[in-house]
Design a protein around this ligand. Structure first.
Ligand SMILES: Cc1ncc(C[n+]2csc(CCOP(=O)(O)OP(=O)(O)O)c2C)c(N)n1
Ligand SMILES: [Mg+2]
Length: 412
């Protein structure tokens, strides 16, 4: 008898180096998707939104449709400025990494819109549970660039005293929770905090993000289940940027469908163009209204493309076509908002060039100030006694024992 050959479905990336990438099968035009009443709608009312794509900015750079948030020019220019700041900051920091000034770096290239538009749509008391790909939320919450660079260097002014890898920021004043290196953990923690806010009757909403790859972790499913059971005021975003280092998004779901995974959990679920500032702002505002009204969580697939390398340690030309990001139908988020502002007569190429120049100077002067507190090669670094402090409010006995031992050794 012939032995049946074993087989298993092993998903693969649609394109590999040398292939011609094409994304034509996606529904790219701003659709006619309705905006349901956020306070009343259930998961069943969002079936078309999970299957479709919410888009406001069309290829003609005009805004249209029910999801147009109607933002004023000042807010749009502010959003553009934050995005340009993040892009230039990232470029400069990557150069610093390449010249040995930082040990490691991760850019948000192509995804600048995500954290910035979404954080702008929130209230200042709302909690942020980010990944390393949402540092831009800190600009919206007012974090000083010098302090961000001090963290990336790990010098004496690093607010977390060298405990974390660069880009794994903590920013208490902005309610920006420490980025966790084990991916996915923030998703279920965010739901817990949202449950606490609801229990205490506070007007606070929590937002969190997870990558397409990390959504294959259990934390994602625990989060969706708890969010659904307790109707937690939380906004659960899956940033589908097509890649998890060299692993294609198809590996996480078997076919690249993320938004609809919220539906069987009974969660309102939407897919949004993650390179469209207006659409992202709008869905987040909608989800916040929903959460604040006690209608529960919203699950959002943020559809985008990781245009850069995963990190300073990665070389994407090894596993995907080198020009794949230029084929992405969502285009570039910064250029799309810039072109929309120009289209409505509220911006110009000259103003944009001036803005880039001003921000570049700002980043360079912030870098100079940051290294005055210590650089990677020569320090000064945070003192070694800080190993024992600041994690626990009161030092537990076993740490106290080790601390005393260290002090005795340094005395002797
Ligand atoms: C639990 C865990 N597994 C593996 C890693 C190594 N790792 C870091 S980032 C990453 C890819 C994550 O991809 P994705 O979730 O799609 O997020 P993206 O980087 O695309 O934003 C992996 C595997 C980790 N940090 N934590
Ligand atoms: Mg990813």
């Amino acid at each position: 008898m012939d032995k049946k050959k074993p087989s298993l479905n092993i998903p693969d990336a649609p394109y590999r180096p040398g292939d011609e990438a094409s994304f034509e099968s996606w529904p790219w035009q701003p659709g006619d998707l309705e905006m349901p009443d956020p306070r009343k709608c259930g998961s069943e009312d969002t079936v078309p939104h999970a299957a479709g794509l919410i888009r406001v900015l069309g290829d003609d750079n005009k805004a249209s449709g029910a999801w147009d948030p109607g933002l004023g020019a000042d807010e749009l220019r502010q959003g553009l400025e934050y995005m340009v700041r993040l892009r230039i900051f990232d470029d400069r920091m990557m150069k610093m990494q390449r010249t040995g000034k930082l040990s490691f770096y991760m850019r948000s290239y192509g995804e600048e819109c995500v954290a910035i538009a979404q954080t702008m749509a929130l209230e200042s008391q709302d909690w942020i549970f980010p990944t390393y790909r949402q540092p831009g939320a800190q600009f919206v919450r007012g974090r000083d660039m010098v302090s961000m660079i001090c963290h990336c260097i790990g010098n004496v002014e690093d607010n977390i005293k060298g405990r974390q890898m660069p880009v794994h920021y903590s920013y208490r004043e902005g309610r920006f929770i420490s980025v966790s290196s084990p991916v996915g953990t923030q998703f279920s923690q965010a739901v817990g905090v949202a449950m606490a806010s609801q229990y205490k009757g506070l007007d606070e909403v929590t937002i969190t993000w997870i990558g397409d790859g990390a959504s294959a972790e259990g934390d994602y499913h625990y989060a969706l289940n708890f969010a659904s059971v307790y109707k937690a005021p939380v906004i659960l975003n899956v940033v589908n940027n097509q890649w998890a280092i060299s692993t294609h998004a198809n590996f996480a779901t078997g076919g690249g469908e993320f938004a609809s995974r919220g539906l069987p959990y009974g969660l309102a679920s939407l897919r949004v163009d993650g390179n469209d500032f207006l659409a992202l702002y709008s869905v987040t505002k909608w989800a916040r209204q929903r959460a604040a009204a006690g209608a529960g969580a919203t699950h959002i697939e943020v559809l985008t493309y990781r245009a850069g390398a995963h990190s300073s340690s990665d070389d994407p030309s090894r596993y995907r076509p080198g020009d794949e990001h230029t084929k992405w139908p969502g285009g570039d988020p910064v250029e799309r908002l810039r072109d929309h502002l120009i289209e409505i007569g509220e911006w110009s190429e000259e103003k944009h060039t001036e803005l880039e120049k001003r921000i570049d100077e700002e980043v360079m002067s912030a870098y100079k100030e940051a290294v005055s507190h210590g650089d990677l090669a020569t320090g000064p670094y945070p003192s070694s006694d800080t190993i024992f402090t600041e994690v626990y409010q009161e030092m537990p006995w076993h740490l106290e024992e080790q601390f005393n031992e260290m002090m005795e050794e340094s005395d002797g």
